[in-house]
Every structure is written in structure tokens, then in C-alpha cells.
Design a protein around this ligand. Structure first.
Ligand code: CA
Length: 337
């Protein structure tokens, strides 16, 4: 499907043919003129596996550069995916915000932009905006399903969860829910309201396509457990979508939860952060989840960060330092409909 705009109107060139049969490994190529490389380009690796007719699935990691389950899992997938075992098309971009992944930072070090807050991007914008614009106008319209793999980054850590949005379209909601169940992370966080302006999520869902995200761990690292969930999840999602032959390999099931507005616990001042409750724990309303200590007032009691509702702790602030306004915890309740 084409948006009707010639691809030449994007400054991004592509060294693969999105429609060709077989396996291709190439790049999205964006002009990146800078002091060290006046005629330089940014090369973002992309792999395309196409075997006949079937759904087109886009798998992205590294939308934020300090979240590692996505890039590691997708690099493993690129080396392991066998064309004979699949039908349809799998497009893999392990490091969507490549400069950010290289630097290990959430935002691009080139232009300071957050890839997940700038969709639909700008054809005449900064490097991150130009890449988003290419996806918005040329790549996303080719895709039936998009999985964008996130984790908590350096200062957050999640109990492993998929993330989907509550959708008005009941049929698409059911398909999205089924896809998240197939991924089989321990939790699926269903977001009812979201500051979603500029997110890849909104770009894909605005086109009526199926979108799933994840928050698989965090703390600026992977764990054996989060990588297992990520690897099995991608495999089993592709099996569920009919793209990959074979049986599911995951053994877990998913608990669907949601986080109302009062689920988010913010730090009311900065200081040293003491964790009290780890993610995955059930708590009552009023439970102390963490404490903030003030180095300058050693005799003062620490400030308690309390749950405003009961439920399961989805996330914790990871860093030992906390700033006023940081989200230190999120509580989720069972989601039923
Ligand atoms: Ca993220």
C-alpha cells in the first residue's frame, strides 16, 4: 500500500526492496552531515524476510537507546530466522534510534529528540524526525502488525509486561489482546489513557493496524529472565500470526491489568531512593513502596512514597537518586472486559 507520496520526497534512502522475495540485510540511510563526516550518512540496519503471501510484521527495538531486550532479541532473530519456516513478511529493525542505542541513551545524542514522541516526523526536520517521517509515510503503511520492544531504560525497571491500548474497535481490540496473550509475558498492561501524541503506537493505530509494545525489564541491562520472555514472546507472536510455522515455545500465561490515573506514584521531592517493594508484588492502598532520604537533613524522617490504590506493583524507580517529579512506582489492577 502506498500513501501516494513519492518515496523520493523522503531524505531517507533504503538499500532493501520491501516487496522482494527472499532474505535481505541492508539499511535505512539518512543524510548525517557533521564535523567528522561532511558527506556522512546514518546507516540503520534493517532485515527483510519474505516468503510468499501472508501478513507483514514489523519488529522494532531501540526506539529508546537504553533499553536492551529488543535489540538483543531482534539481533538473535535475524541470525536464526529460516525463510523456509515462514510465510509472509518479517521486517526487523533492531536499533530504530541507532545513535541513541550506540550511545546507550534514551534520546538521540544527535538532535536530543525522543523517537517515540515525534511521530509523524518531518521530511525537512532533524535526523530523528526524518527517520520517523519515513516510517510514517512509507514503511508503516506496508505493515499489518507492529511490535515495538521497550524496557524501562536506565532509571526504571518493570515486571515483564506487554503493553496495549484500549481500542474503540472491538474487533481490533480482540485481535490485539489475542496477540498480547500469544506473546505471553507475565502481564499485559492495557492503557486506557495515555499521553500518546507523537508515539509510534499512535502512528500505527491511526492507520488501523495492530500494535503491541512491551516493557520487559530495565535498569539499563538485560536479565536471563527478561531475555527468555522476549525471545519466546517474539517467536510465539509470529506463530500466532501465522508467519512462523511450529508450536509456541513459551509456557507462561498473561494477566491483563490496567493502571488508572491514581496508579502512578510520583516523587514529591528529590533525594536518595530506598526501594521498599519490588515489582511483581501485591500491595494494599497506602502501602509504602519506597522512601526518599535527604542527605542534608540526616535526622529528618524520610518521605514515604505510598500506593494510592491496591494492586500489583508494575514498576520501580531504579536509580539510587530520585528527582522531584520522577515516577517511582506504578500499581496495576486486573483488567476485565
Ligand atoms: Ca521506552
Amino acid at each position: 500500500m502506498s500513501s501516494g507520496v513519492p518515496e523520493s520526497s523522503s531524505r531517507v534512502a533504503v538499500s532493501v526492496d520491501w516487496h522482494a522475495q527472499g532474505v535481505q540485510h541492508g539499511h535505512l540511510i539518512a543524510p548525517h552531515s557533521r564535523n567528522e563526516s561532511p558527506w556522512g550518512s546514518l546507516l540503520i540496519p534493517v532485515s527483510v524476510f519474505r516468503n510468499g503471501d501472508g501478513p507483514t510484521v514489523l519488529l522494532t527495538g531501540g526506539n529508546h537507546g537504553d533499553e536492551y531486550e529488543g535489540p538483543v532479541t531482534l539481533l538473535k532473530l535475524i541470525r536464526g530466522l529460516e525463510l523456509e519456516q515462514m510465510r509472509g513478511t518479517v521486517i526487523v529493525i533492531p536499533a530504530l534510534n541507532y545513535p541513541a542505542v550506540e550511545a546507550g541513551t534514551r534520546l538521540s545524542p544527535v538532535d536530543g529528540k525522543n523517537m517515540n514522541r515525534i511521530f509523524p516526523g518531518r521530511a525537512d526536520g532533524t535526523l530523528t524526525e526524518v527517520i520517523a517521517d519515513y516510517l510514517q509515510r512509507f514503511l508503516l503503511p506496508l505493515c499489518d502488525v507492529v511490535l515495538d520492544m521497550h524496557s524501562g531504560g536506565r532509571v526504571m525497571s518493570f515486571t515483564p509486561t506487554t503493553v496495549i491500548h484500549e481500542l474503540a474497535d472491538a474487533g481490533r481490540m480482540a485481535r490485539t489482546r489475542a496477540a498480547a496473550a500469544a506473546f505471553a509475558a507475565p502481564y499485559c498492561l492495557v492503557l486506557r489513557e495515555l499521553d500518546s501524541v507523537g508515539m509510534l503506537d499512535s502512528a500505527v493505530e491511526g492507520m488501523g493496524r495492530l500494535f503491541i509494545s512491551t516493557e520487559l525489564g530495565g535498569a539499563g541491562a538485560t536479565t536471563v529472565e527478561t531475555l527468555r520472555i522476549a525471545g519466546n514472546g517474539v517467536h510465539d507472536l509470529l506463530v500466532h500470526l501465522g508467519v512462523l510455522q511450529g508450536d509456541p515455545v513459551g509456557t507462561g500465561s498473561t494477566r491483563f491489568v490496567h493502571a488508572p490515573e491514581e496508579a502512578y506514584v510520583m516523587a514529591e521531592r528529590g533525594g536518595l531512593f530506598e526501594i521498599v517493594v519490588e515489582p511483581g508484588t501485591e500491595v494494599e492502598a497506602g502501602a509504602v513502596l519506597g522512601r526518599i532520604h535527604d542527605l542534608e537533613r540526616p535526622t529528618d524522617d524520610p518521605l514515604d512514597c505510598r500506593a494510592r490504590i491496591g494492586g500489583v506493583v508494575m514498576h520501580r524507580h531504579w536509580s539510587g537518586h530520585v528527582s522531584r517529579g520522577d515516577c517511582v512506582s506504578v500499581i496495576a489492577r486486573d483488567w476485565g472486559r
